[in-house]
Design a protein around this ligand. Structure first.
Ligand code: C2E
Length: 825
């Protein structure tokens, strides 16, 4: 029965055996070894090349497994060659090679199987146990076999390894271990990858297992089994290799995809950051950048990436960046520096670079990553702030702080290098009037225009600034003589002569310049400034629109002025000031028609100080406000007293300073004085000098009209000394003209004066203005005036200024102008 059953199989096996060339045929086919060797070699190459990216136990195992497989094939190829070349006989091969070949192929299978187990199951412990167990078993089998085989072959050199019990042991052991991985995988995983791996591992198992029936049959049908087994082996290797390569390909694709995703993500993230970011390699080639960077430097990303700074920045700048990069790569750490960047369109910006080095996979400096913070606005703001701190807001010239700083610096240099410095202190004459007349905006405009005219006069090394108000300073930093300063001053005065176009008007402004020289006039900035200021004051006193050098005399005068000022302040508190009154007579009635209140100062040490000395000082220092208020109130009070005492009404004439007129509170001051004293407005006459009136005619006309509306009389003092425009005179609400005493003093002999006086009298008559002649000292003068019909007079011929009590006496006596009183006031 058994024979019958075995018969058809035997027939088939015989047939296959015949067909395949029988024993020793394909078993030792060099093509098969070659193919398997190529596959193992390829797999080893791939696994080796990937060892960096895919670090891990599996990859290391695979390298070992593939290497063992390759070693087996190489050994088989060399065996085939040795046999083909007749160096070793076929029978002798069985002595050494089979145990080695079995060990290598089995170890290769085990290791590869373990690697796939770990990969597909993801459980390290399990595959480690499997690996250790299988390898230990293979090793034990191998050692035992070899030990036995060594003895056996010595006893019977014709015996074959494949026909001994140790071969059995070997095959059974190997197939038992090789059945394990496919079974585990079948049970625990699924998917096409699992199926392929299971198939490949099963082929390996079958390759080992089929040897067992072959041996059981006495290797009679090795011609059948060998091709099948080796076919299975080759298929297993190719299948596994295919799986692995495909998997590698997939991994690479996935890695690339991931890399691309990561790159996109990174690009999106850095594009979302508003600060420019870039990164370059060690050679300075841009590897990437964000939109902000591309925008900032004005190039597209394509023009930047793959290029160096030399392609996107001017060579000079690129060199700076490159050198900074090299230093950073050399020294590592972080680099922060500020620099100017020029964009493609030439736009300049100041940026703060933060650069650091990034490492390559080997931990070496791989390149540079940097960010740029645009600090142009901050820089500009800092610059503006610095400029604002040192420049005058209206004119843009140096301000007081900068002027003092420069002056100090120039003086230090001049001291060191022994040269001179000229300081020009300039002031616009009557700037206040312009401000009052046209408003502050126009005043500022004038300051700007003056600054513009001054600018071209200065050299690079000079400093021009506004010291405050209408005061300009020019520091001539290095000059050889006073002559140079004079030339500059004259040039400036010449420039200022051209009228300024202000609010559709051509306005001529005067300019006074005071000059102080280093080292003669002072060694310190403060002293020089003070002295130049004094010189400027002297220029103003001297008739304006001129320049004046500082002198010691000026200093002395200034000191005296200062002392006087201090005394005047004290005088106001200690009643050293008092009023005297000078009568004015009406020759028509022969009666005293009015009195002029005149201020006196009796200094405890210096005696009587004339008003011509202290009134201008009071005007300059602002004391005139308080003083004027006091004079007006006292005079009004005195006039009211006389009236209350029953004397005939007298016109009380009070001098007003130009400063008082310009201050806004004149009306209020007058109202208050009248109200407090009870004097009628019509009994008060306010005297304004012709020049004061003309200086700011337009601004004053409103105030004067208001005074007039209240019934207060207005007189033009010192008439004839200024250059009254007749048209203005016609518009001014004045009542009286006071002919200046300078025209009276030489009457009647001086023909010119006589003609002037006659003209003034004629003009007053035609303008219907009243007249009073002041400074009448002689009978001839009186007669001349009377002859020409000027009937009101004031002067020493009639009476000198006198205290109120004296006036009262005169009033009490009903004194008439015939009385010749030459008493002093
Ligand atoms: N040679 C000569 N002089 C005569 C004669 N008659 C009078 N005078 C003087 O002529 C000046 C007349 O005053 P003014 O023209 O208003 O000129 C005044 C006036 O402009 C100013 N002043 C005086 N008191 C005041 C005041 O209270 N307020 C203001 N703002 N100015 C005043 O001081 C100037 C000088 O005043 P005074 O020294 O008091 O000098 C007075 C007076 O003493 C004469 O026949 N011959």
């Amino acid at each position: 029965m058994e024979d019958r059953a075995a018969q058809p199989i035997t027939v088939i096996l015989d047939l296959i055996s015949q067909f395949t060339g029988g024993r020793g045929g394909i078993d030792h086919n060099i093509v098969q070894f070659g193919l398997a060797g190529i596959m193992w070699g390829l797999l080893l190459t791939v696994a080796w090349s990937r060892r960096r990216q895919a670090e891990g136990a599996r990859e290391r195992l695979l390298i070992w497994g593939f290497a063992l497989g390759l070693a087996r094939e190489l050994m088989m190829i060399s065996m085939a060659f040795l046999q083909a070349l007749g160096i070793i006989h076929h029978d002798d091969l069985h002595v050494v090679f089979p145990p080695l070949e079995h060990a290598l192929s089995n170890m290769a299978f085990m290791v590869v199987a373990a690697a796939f187990l770990s990969f597909l199951l993801g459980r390290q412990e399990r595959f480690r146990r499997f690996l250790l167990g299988s390898l230990a078993a293979v090793a034990i089998c191998y050692l035992a076999t070899f030990w036995w085989w060594a003895g056996h072959i010595t006893a019977d050199p014709s015996s074959k390894f494949g026909q001994t019990w140790c071969d059995w042991l070997f095959r059974i052991n190997a197939s038992l271990w090789l059945i394990y991985p496919p079974l585990v995988l079948m049970r625990e995983t699924s998917g096409w990858l699992r199926n392929l791996v299971v198939t490949a591992l099963s082929f390996f198992f079958l390759h080992e297992f089929l040897k067992i029936p072959d041996m059981a049959l006495g290797e009679v049908y090795e011609g059948v089994f060998a091709p099948i087994r080796h076919g299975l082996y080759l298929s297993g290797v190719f299948l596994l290799g295919g799986v692995y390569l495909r998997e590698m390909n997939e991994l690479r694709r996935r890695a690339e995809l991931e890399l691309r995703t990561q790159k996109n993500l990174l690009q999106t993230i850095i594009d979302a950051i508003p600060a420019p970011i870039f990164f370059k390699d060690r050679q300075g080639v841009y590897l990437g950048c964000n939109d902000a960077f591309a925008r900032h430097i004005g190039y597209s990303r394509e023009k930047i990436v793959g290029h160096t700074a030399f392609d996107v920045a001017p060579a000079e700048k690129a060199r700076v960046y490159h050198e900074a990069d090299l230093a950073l790569l050399r020294e590592g750490a972080v680099q922060v520096y500020e620099t100017a960047v020029e964009a493609a369109d030439g736009r300049q910006s100041t940026v703060l670079f933060h650069k650091s080095v990034f490492a390559d996979p080997d931990g070496q400096p791989g390149g540079i990553v940097g960010t740029m913070i645009d600090i142009s606005d901050r820089k500009r703001a800092e610059l503006d702030m610095r400029r604002m701190a040192f420049s005058d807001a209206i004119t843009g010239l140096a301000n007081r702080a900068l002027l003092l700083d420069r002056l100090e610096h120039d003086l230090a240099t001049a001291r060191r290098e022994s040269h001179q410095v000229g300081l020009l202190f300039m002031d616009i004459d009557r700037f206040k009037d312009i401000n009052d007349t046209y408003g502050h905006a126009v005043g500022d405009q004038l300051l700007q225009m003056v600054a513009e005219r001054l600018k071209p006069t200065i050299r690079q090394s000079d400093t021009l600034g506004r010291f405050g108000g209408d005061e300009f300073i020019l520091v001539l930093s290095c000059i050889k003589s006073q002559r140079e300063a004079v030339m500059v001053a004259e040039k400036i005065l010449e420039l200022m002569k051209t009228p300024f176009h202000l609010q559709d008007r051509q306005v001529v402004v005067g300019f006074s310049i005071g000059i102080a020289m280093f080292p003669e006039d002072g060694g310190q900035p403060e002293t020089l400034l003070k002295h130049a200021d004094m010189a400027m004051y002297a220029a103003k006193q001297g008739g304006r629109n001129m320049h004046h050098f500082f002198s010691e005399e000026m200093n002395r005068r200034a000191r005296k002025r200062h002392e006087l000022e201090v005394s005047l302040r004290q005088a106001m508190a200690t009643e050293e000031l008092f009023l005297v009154y000078q009568p004015q007579y009406d020759l028509g009635s022969g009666r005293m028609s009015g009195v002029e209140a005149l201020l006196r100062w009796r200094h405890p040490a210096k005696g009587l100080i004339p008003p011509s000395l202290f009134i201008p000082l009071a005007e300059d220092t602002g004391l005139i406000q308080t003083l004027g208020r006091w004079v007006l109130r006292s005079a009004c009070a005195q006039a009211a007293l006389w009236q209350q005492a029953g004397y005939p009404a007298l016109r009380m004439c009070v001098n007003l300073s130009g400063v008082q007129l310009r201050q806004g509170d004149l009306l209020e001051m007058v109202d208050q004085a009248l109200e407090e004293t009870g004097l009628r407005p019509k009994d008060l006459e306010l005297e304004l000098t012709e020049s004061v009136l003309m200086e700011s005619a337009e601004a004053n006309i409103g105030t004067l009209t208001e005074l007039k509306r209240r019934g207060i009389h207005l007189a033009i003092d010192d008439f004839g000394t200024g250059y009254s425009s007749l048209s203005y005179l016609k518009h001014f609400p004045v009542d009286r003209i006071k002919i200046d005493r300078s025209f009276i003093s030489d009457l009647p002999d001086n023909q010119d004066d006589a003609a002037i006086v006659e003209t003034i009298i004629g003009m007053a008559r035609s303008l219907k203005l009243k007249l009073v002649a002041e400074g009448v000292e002689t009978k001839e003068q009186l007669e001349f005036l009377r002859l020409h019909n000027c009937l009101e007079m004031q002067g020493f011929y009639f009476a000198a200024p006198m205290p109120a009590a004296e006036i009262e006496k005169l009033l009490a006596r009903g004194a008439r102008c015939a009385v010749r009183t030459l008493s002093t006031g």
